[in-house]
Every structure is written in C-alpha cells, then in structure tokens.
Design a protein around this ligand. Structure first.
Ligand code: ZN
Length: 390
C-alpha cells in the first residue's frame, strides 16, 4: 500500500513542455515527437486538416440506421451529466439523427446548484433520464480511499460513470452506448487507439482506472472506512457488466467525437441554445479561466488541484492547451493564463470536500504533500514551487 498513483511511477524524470501548446510531458501516457510536439497537438492537426468529416458523418448515419428503433423504444444510451458536451450529444442524436436516447447520469459526490439546474434544464428540453445515486456511506468510503491512496478521489466516480450506462443498456436491451470524446486523443494520452471509434473492452481497466476495484475495496476495508458489514452487491454500480456478455449481445460503445469534429466551445454554444445550459454564475471556475466546463460537481476542483500536485500541470493547462489547438487563443495567451490560474487552491468548496471525505485540513495537507514528486517540486522558504514551468 503506497501513497502514490501507479501512473506517477511511469513519468519521465525530465519535465518538458509542448512547443505548440502548453501541455507537459508529465501527462500520463502522452508522447512527444522529435520536434517537441505533443501527441494531442499532432492529433488535433489531423483533426482540423486531414479528416474528411463529411465521410465520418455518413458513417455515423449508418451506425444510427443500424440501431434506430421503429417504435420509439430506446435505441441509444447517452451517459449524460447535463453538462455542455453530453447535452449536445443527446440533443443532436435525437433531433439531427432521429434516435431515441435514454440518458443516464451517475451522480457526482456533491451537486453544485448550477449543475443541478443545468441537468433539470436539459431533462426539461425533452429527454428521458435516469439518475443513479450510489449508497452514500459506500461512496464516501471509496471516494476517501481514492483520495488518500491515489490522490484521486474520483477513481470510484469514474467507475460509476463508465459502468452504469452499460448496466442500463442490458436492462433496456439497447445495443448502442454513446460517449463523448476519446480523452486520450483529444487531451493527450496513448495514440494507439486514435483511429478506433470506441474504447476496446480490454483497455477499459488499463486506461480508465489506476487501481483495480477489488483492491480499492480491500484498502477501504483495511483502513476501516467501510461499514462493518457489506456484501459484494454493495459495489454493483461500480462494476462493468461481464465483457463477454456485452460482446455476445452485440453491445457497442462509440465516441461521438470519432464522427464529429470535437470543439468544446462549439458544444457550449449549442447547449446554451438548445438545452438551456447556463454558465457558472460565480464566474470562472477555480484553477482555470473557463466558466462553462465541468460545473456540476463541487468536488471537481480537487481533481484538478491534485493533477497539479501529482503531475505539475492543472486545469488551466488542460483548458488552454485545447483552446490553442482549436485556434481560439495563442500559445502566448495560454502561457499567461497558466501562470495566472494554474494550481489555484479550490477554496470555495474546501470545507464541503473535507466533510465529504471526513478528513481534517491538517490531514489533507499531509496527504497532498505525499504525492509531490521530487523531480517536479521543490520547497522554497517553506512553500512548494514547481521546478519547471511553461
Ligand atoms: Zn501540444
């Protein structure tokens, strides 16, 4: 039992930044070419210049034709948070492609007011929707385990987000599950799946999670985080259905962004127009300059804060890198934004986060500092500073 994310062990010891965007080579699984350009920028160039999107759209129509129901029954499951991206996908599937989506949300640990409002607005714009809210005691215990042992409180949430759509696909006999984008291609990661329309079953565990579920449950149990008595059934929402069974039934997982050029800003305008999506009333989100991405979960800022601690880059780097690739800002503007906001401490929801995972602020600092690697951080006059920045 170590206090390190296994992905941290694989990081290159020399920190470099992409020559085109602001992304660092400390992002897990990202690669850089000989010119010092990251794999996300290389993919983005192909996406903007070489891909025949009209042809991809035709392929998407064929996929919908294969699955579309004739009697109005559900024919596609859309994992949906009520955020700009998933709302846009569900709306386009229904109104542009004539599909009959069932939208499934796996509840975040703590809903924000604006997140809840956006989800309601989305449902009220004409969608059937299921909200899966896991047992609060179990969810807190596993969320705490993820934070303490992996520096990632969302490890268990991510499992729920990935697993529940397939559980509902089985329940309603729906053969198509539509996710948004291939994060590995869009934001930097392994390039070997760039040309695939969906994540291969074998890669789910390898790419989406840092730790096995049973291992996480064992740790939670040994630390005394879990209630005295529990059974395997208590963790069902976090478990992927049997892959062979999904395969045999012909259930397919696809990324919408494989068939459509993925522009987060474009999704924002679309959702604002069609599903009543609203931006954060408090202005920009902590740790970044953006006010329209990932608003629904009050604990999300800690995911990005920990990314900054573990890898030396935060939410501003991620947001700016994508906007540079999309041509919305220059690299110089991106660098200025990173210097200003990256790694900002999420003060607004700090108390709620501590209460949720049942950790004191002193314990919080101790846990956080265990994830700081010596090739990324140094202490100057008692304060942690990055050794290298963009
Ligand atoms: Zn880049």
């Amino acid at each position: 039992m170590t206090n390190i994310d296994p992905q941290q062990l694989l990081l290159p010891k020399e920190v470099i930044y992409c020559k085109k965007c602001v992304m660092s080579n400390q992002r897990p699984r990202i690669t850089f070419n000989d010119e010092g350009v990251c794999s996300a920028c290389t993919y983005s160039e192909t996406k903007h210049k070489d891909v025949d999107w009209m042809h991809k759209k035709k392929l998407f129509e064929e996929l919908c034709n294969k699955h579309r129901s004739s009697d109005g029954s559900y024919d596609v499951i859309v994992p949906c948070s009520g955020g700009k991206d998933s709302s846009t996908i569900a709306h386009r599937l229904k109104y542009e492609y004539g599909m009959h989506p069932l939208c499934v949300t796996f509840s975040p640990p703590i809903y924000s007011e604006i997140g809840w409002k956006n989800l309601r607005n989305f449902i009220d714009s004409g969608f059937d929707h299921v909200l899966v809210t896991p047992n609060g005691v179990i969810n807190r215990a596993l969320t705490k385990t993820g934070f303490v042992h992996l520096g990632d409180h969302n490890e268990i949430f991510d499992r729920g987000v990935m697993s529940t759509p397939f559980q509902f696909a089985l329940k309603y006999d729906v053969k198509l599950v539509m996710y948004g984008e291939n994060g590995e291609a869009e934001y930097g990661g392994t390039s070997r799946i760039n040309e695939l329309p969906g994540m291969p079953w074998d890669d789910f565990e390898k790419i989406y999670y840092s730790n096995g579920l049973d291992e996480l449950i064992d740790i939670a149990n040994s630390m005394g985080y879990l209630p005295k008595s529990f059974t395997d059934k208590d963790f069902d929402f976090y478990r992927m259905p049997d892959i062979d069974k999904l395969d045999k039934l012909g259930i397919e997982m696809h990324w919408f962004a494989f068939y459509h050029k993925w522009i987060p800003q474009g999704n924002f305008y679309y959702a604002a127009t069609h599903t009543g999506f609203e931006t954060n009333p408090e202005g920009r989100m902590e740790g970044t300059y953006s006010k329209y991405a990932q608003l629904d979960d009050l604990t999300d800022s800690f995911l990005y804060y920990m990314m900054h601690v573990k890898y030396g880059f935060g939410r501003t780097t991620s947001d700016a890198a994508h906007e540079i690739r999309d041509g919305h800002i220059t690299r110089e503007e991106g660098i200025a934004l990173v210097r200003r906001y990256d790694g900002e401490f999420p003060l607004r929801s700090f108390k709620q986060f501590l209460t949720y995972i049942d950790v004191t602020s002193t314990e919080f600092t101790e846990i956080v500092d265990k994830f700081r690697l010596p090739h990324i951080w140094k202490k100057v006059n008692g304060e942690w500073k990055l050794k290298n920045s963009v």
